[in-house]
Each structure stands twice: as C-alpha cells, then as structure tokens.
Design a protein. Structure first.
Length: 122
C-alpha cells in the first residue's frame, strides 16, 4: 500500500512538472529554410513544379549548363551551412527530427557533388 502511494505521488509530480513545462515552439528559422529550399527546388526544376501542380514555371526547362549546375551546387552547400547554424538543442522533438532528416538529405547532395554526375556519358 505504501509503495502504491509513493508511485502515485511520483506520477502526480511528473504530471504536474510536465503540465508546467513550456513546450518548445516551432523554430521559424528552420521552417523558413524549408520553405526557401522548397521554392528553390521548384524554380530550379520547373518540370517537377509542373508535375506537382505549380504552373508558375511552365515557360521554362531545367537549366543544364555548367553555370546553372554550379549555382545549384553552391545553393546546396549554402543551405547546408544555414541548416547547421540552427541550434538543434533549441528545437522541439519534431523539428529536431525534421532538421536531422533534412541535414542528411542535404549532406548527401553535397557529398555527391565530388562525383560530377552531370558529366555522365549518355
């Protein structure tokens, strides 16, 4: 009986502490980065934008010249640097997961740049 009372007391204290804890708000910098990168992806790949129902870029094709490829690669590196500048510990659990997943995707894009895949023979 005493053990049960102690457990109930601990449970009640944990519930009170959880209720009093302020939830970590979503990170506007992180969400702005997601929105900016999404917009860049639509702009850089207008065929995908059209496929997704965004017809703002229907008047163009994806640029495949070396300058455009270099620009996209630089934008990937800049986005990764911008993401890594966001303090992960200041994010709520969901945003930490989103940040980690996006970091993994961006890092993979940046790592693949050394293979110069745009030079693959056709």
């Amino acid at each position: 009986m005493q053990r049960r009372s102690a457990l109930l007391g601990l449970l009640a204290m944990a519930m009170i502490a959880t209720a009093q804890a302020q939830p970590v708000p979503p990170a506007p910098d992180l969400h702005r980065l997601f929105a900016d990168d999404w917009e860049r992806g639509l702009r850089d790949n207008p065929e995908s934008a059209t496929y997704l129902g965004d017809h703002r870029f229907d008047d163009r094709w994806t640029e495949l010249n070396l300058a455009a490829i270099a620009s996209r690669q630089a934008a990937d590196r800049a986005a990764l640097a911008r993401l890594l500048a966001i303090d992960r510990s200041a994010l709520n659990a969901a945003d930490q997961l989103h940040r980690d997943t996006f970091a993994w995707l961006l890092q993979a894009r940046v790592d693949r740049q050394r293979f110069r895949e745009h030079l693959q023979p056709v």
